[in-house]
Design a binder for this molecule. Sequence first.
Ligand SMILES: Cc1cc2nc3c(=O)[nH]c(=O)nc-3n(C[C@H](O)[C@H](O)[C@H](O)COP(=O)(O)O)c2cc1C
Length: 303
Amino acid sequence: MADLSVNIGELKMKNPVMTASGTFGYGEEFQDFINIERIGGIIVKGTTLHKREGNPYPRMAETPSGMLNAVGLQNKGAKYFADHIYPRIKGLDTNIIVNVSGSAIDDYVETAEIINELDNISAIELNISCPNVKEGGMAFGVTTTGAHNVVKAVREAYKKTLIVKLSPNVTDIAEIARSAEDSGADSVSLINTLLGMAIDAERRRPLLSTITGGLSGPAVKPIALRMVWQVANAVKIPVIGMGGIMDWKDAIEFILAGASAIQVGTANFIDPTTTIKVEEGINDYLERHKIKSIKEIVGALEV
Ligand SMILES: Cc1cc2nc3c(=O)[nH]c(=O)nc-3n(C[C@H](O)[C@H](O)[C@H](O)COP(=O)(O)O)c2cc1C
């Protein structure tokens, strides 16, 4: 076996494979298919301070090589997570990371404070793609100031590893990544979904109730790879890459581009055993190339 272990902030992971938020529930849902303790880290569903019903149906649509979703962060709120879900999953021998979302800075901070009290949650992944309702609805993560304000506030409230998840719906993702780093992020993860749209021509109707939604899956991979490469060259903190990773080869490409770890998202819906196959494939690749540790190939792209 090659050494697959990686560190992200204070997080120690047995391998670089994680699950992307919103595509793996709370992990429990996948226990019948795989041994989820073999995964390096599980990022649970987007969690907000208060319960959210999500958007009306239809909120998923298939597109060529990808899918659109507009789930709208349906969840039962941070307190419910802490009281009811956390006790069920806290004993798992893997890193459990909570994806935190909000519509105002105070919401993010209060949610982070609740999660901070949970001993076996090793990190927060801060989803800054959410609209800032108090300031006109523009997403926090699309300006350096918006990103700075929310990351700084959460950094003061949250004592453990803070991963900031970047939005790809920006002109220059590297400057947003630098802003997150300067504001105290221990790591950045990217990409979240790309804003897209699908139309049913016969009915002259959009396929999603919200008209637009987030595109994910193989269709976004080249964009994600480009952004991971740009960000890895712009910051010193570890980068976590995702966007269309379907197999081990995709994962290796992200690692060569500069990702220290990767997340599997949409692929979980197609094959719930993808994470394990990716982990095995990464190990085989390293053995085949006689590389002792995964760390040796992070950012090892030759240009
Ligand atoms: C159904 C669905 C729900 C998602 N929910 C969240 C979420 O709650 N928080 C978040 O930060 N990202 C969420 N995402 C984005 C994914 O975590 C990931 O960033 C994106 O899908 C790109 O990776 P992929 O192409 O491997 O799916 C969601 C994606 C999908 C498809």
